[in-house]
Design a protein around this ligand. Structure first.
Ligand SMILES: [Zn+2]
Ligand SMILES: [Zn+2]
Length: 478
């Protein structure tokens, strides 16, 4: 036991490197066939000392109500040591002599008494992990201390030979991975053409048919896992390194999109190949764009495709399309039906005769994305681009920004801009041009990372201009 290990336990983190050599070389991961769940750490957890509560014979008046008989009041370190009588796993709580009102857990481990400052805020804790009872806290401490002392070297090496690719879960994705590697992005992005003149769309029909062909059934976007600290009930093994996830609570992390379970230290090594599970994706609206398209295996969110299809079918000549708002209750209704029925949502004229409801739902979808279509981290790049006084370099800068968008965002924007361009071709009827569509879609597609009234006001002109330019020059920008 040394200071580093104690600190690691306190911080609730696992050791990654250690010089402590045990006799467990026989267990090293190298020679084990894959996939095979590795039970060494599980066996160690079974061997870890169990907590032994040393109770106080007297009723202590100063005892806080969240402690039991393990509370001994103000006693010296030495006396506490005596009470623990050198028994591994023995523990008690004492009040500090120097700072009355603060409490210390005295715990025997590795033939010494360890002292931890205890805290309580409804749960007991000495570090990151929070426990219902002192008993649970001590159980977890003993497991963690025991495993990280006995198996430090093993833990340091356990990630070197992952079984991740051999698991059924990932083999399922393998074909897609190969595809993805050979193809890179869904479609090669075109280099920008010379922008001296602004070429007009050759024929709306040609563009339209090109777009109809473009959507692909499958998508190969990379997506990072959405790992959150997780408490597993019952024994669980890491799906990256195949080792047991030790501890009583918060033993590892789970991806809340696909359900992958791994050690915290392994989570940093897992490739960005998250394949969200539809059962875990509860909603369509307000769901991260990449997560949604991965879950549904589409190139773009189906909301965007379906709304645009419906609008192009029956709304292109509608006066004030996207500017006139539909009844908000009806828009809310469309949202609920997408969240409930996904691609089976009925947004036909039978269900919603007013096309402004569909246009409103599309705007709402885009506005409610947790990360806007033009992502937070690229926001200022686009705003700066719009401030460029030279028209050519302004477009170049926007194009540069577009190339940095995550693929699913890029595809969505490309599709939307081609659609808005077609909307402007009906300007005579719908009275919508790139400029007023820019006003409508600017704040929908672009939101500053830190929202305050002043930036919103300051950036409005640039937001509008970015969208206006993307519509006007969509054929060269995308
Ligand atoms: Zn995942
Ligand atoms: Zn692992």
């Amino acid at each position: 036991m040394d200071g580093v290990q104690i600190l690691c336990w306190l911080a609730g983190i696992s050791l990654t490197k250690h010089e402590n050599v045990g006799s467990q070389d026989i267990f090293t991961v190298r020679n084990l066939p894959s996939p095979a769940w590795r039970i060494f750490l599980y066996q160690l957890q079974q061997e870890a000392p169990r907590p032994k509560r040393i109770t106080c014979p007297q009723e202590m008046e100063s005892r806080p109500k969240y402690y039991g008989r393990e509370f001994h009041g103000i006693i010296s370190r030495e006396y506490a040591d005596e009470l623990l009588a050198g028994i591994e796993g023995a523990y008690l709580i004492r009040e500090s002599q120097r700072q009355p009102g603060t409490h210390t857990l005295a715990l025997r481990f590795g033939n010494q008494t360890l002292n931890y400052r205890m805290f309580y805020d409804g749960k007991h804790f000495v570090g990151e992990k929070r426990f219902e009872s002192v008993h649970d806290l001590v159980t977890d401490a003993l497991i963690t201390l025991y495993i990280e002392t006995k198996a430090a070297e093993y833990i340091a090496k356990m990630t070197t030979n992952p079984i991740y690719e051999h698991l059924g879960y990932t083999s399922l994705l393998k074909d897609k991975m190969v595809h993805r590697l050979s193809r890179g992005r869904t479609e090669p992005r075109r280099p920008i053409k010379l922008l001296a003149s602004c070429p007009q769309i050759s024929s709306p029909l040609v563009r339209r048919s090109a777009l109809k062909d473009a959507p692909e059934k499958q998508c190969y976007y990379e997506k990072i896992h959405n790992f959150k600290v997780h408490t597993f009930r019952g024994p669980h093994w890491c799906e990256y390194c195949a080792n047991f996830m030790w501890g009583l609570i918060a033993q590892g992390v789970r991806c809340s999109d696909c359900g992958l379970n791994v050690h915290k230290q392994c989570s940093k090594l897992v490739p960005s190949d998250c394949q969200p599970d539809l059962r875990r994706i509860k909603k369509v609206f307000s769901c991260d764009l990449t997560t949604l398209v991965k879950a549904h295996n589409t190139t773009r969110p189906m909301v965007v495709d379906m709304c645009i299809r419906e609008i192009e079918l029956r709304g292109m000549k509608s006066e004030g399309l996207y500017r006139v708002s539909g009844f908000s209750e009806h828009i809310e209704d469309v949202r609920l039906s997408f969240d409930r029925d996904g691609e089976k949502a009925d947004i036909s004229a039978n269900a919603y005769a007013d096309i402004n409801i569909i246009a409103g739902a599309l705007k709402l979808y885009l506005r409610d994305l947790p990360i806007p279509v033009i992502t937070f981290d690229l926001y200022s790049k686009f705003i700066q681009a719009a401030k460029n006084p030279n028209a050519d370099s302004r477009l170049e800068a926007i194009h540069e920004g577009l190339l940095q968008l995550p693929p699913a965002h890029y595809e969505t924007l490309r599709y939307l801009m081609a659609h808005l361009k077609r909307v402007t071709m009906f300007e005579k009827d719908n009275l919508m041009n790139a400029e007023n569509l820019g006003i409508v879609f600017g704040p929908t597609l672009m939101q500053p990372p830190e929202q305050n009234a002043l930036t919103t006001l300051n950036d409005m002109r640039q937001q509008k201009l970015v969208v206006q330019l993307m519509i006007e020059h969509e054929d060269v920008l995308f």
